[in-house]
Design a protein around this ligand. Sequence first.
Ligand SMILES: [Zn+2]
Ligand SMILES: [Zn+2]
Length: 337
Amino acid sequence: MFYRARIVAGLAAGLTFTCLASGQLSQPDGGGLERGTLPATWYSQQPKCMEIPEWQVHEYNPDFYIMRQSPCTDYEKPFVFLIFGKERALLMDTGSRNGNLAPALQLLVKNWLARNGRTSIPLIVAHTHEHEDHTFGDKAIQAMNDPAMPVTFIPSEVEATKKFYGIANWPEDIGHVDLGGRILDLIPIPGHSKASVALYDARTGVLLGGDTVYPGRIYVNDFPAFEASLDRLVKFTEGKPVAHILGNHIEQTSTPFLDYAVGTMYQPNEHELALSRGTLLEIDAAVKSMHGTPRRYVMRDISVWPVGPAFMTPGEQATYEKHVKEQRAKMWDQEAK
Ligand SMILES: [Zn+2]
Ligand SMILES: [Zn+2]
């Protein structure tokens, strides 16, 4: 064993030079990333809507927060993200139908201000993409008029996104936003939708994957754009440590290859939110294997779903509608499993 280990070590030493170009770190030493924690479970796994707050707030670390909408207000139950720099905070997305994000957001920002001995911080409100389940709260957030968090609102449109992040060539270029001692990189990734973006935080190594990389069904509207965006994201993350890819939804169960039916509110035994760069490589390889002919492709943690006739068959649509109706009918008292 020892002899074999030495050979492996020797080989590894010889390969170090060539591997560095594509490796994420040269030593398993944490890479100086700011650490954070993710919860073991989310409230979406609890059976009683009466016990679930409108928004679950999770402190990943003192300057990075994940908020999740209650499953009882919308089965989409999206995640939104709040990241603080020294001079500004960035809110990514405003929640889905009936989300009512403003009160929970105001409480969180005010608690952060109190803990940091401050009275106000400018708040940038931007988005992972333009779909309604991530922008529904836009108007309410713009109407807050709270002097503790004056809002700069960036609509989820390509032109506004280019301008704000300083992107000359969409979608090829990488944009940036400086929160004060914290520069975030913005990677355009159209495909799921026209204005889809990913956001990389070099301080924590967290990559926000939006609706393009999350444990569930990745609906693809523009397949060639999606394929190019995956390549862009793989290239961007080459040589960078990716601690977690955090997307906008969980639709996958903890059982491999098994998702919840479309429209599920209560989700016992959910898949964890975080995915690794490995999943990104897996999706990229899956899409390449299709050679330009989109099809549904199911992996352990994630599925690719081209939108169009294959998106939802009439049978699936009927099952979905029946399922949502049943779920809503018993939302106050689901049965624990
Ligand atoms: Zn979407
Ligand atoms: Zn979504």
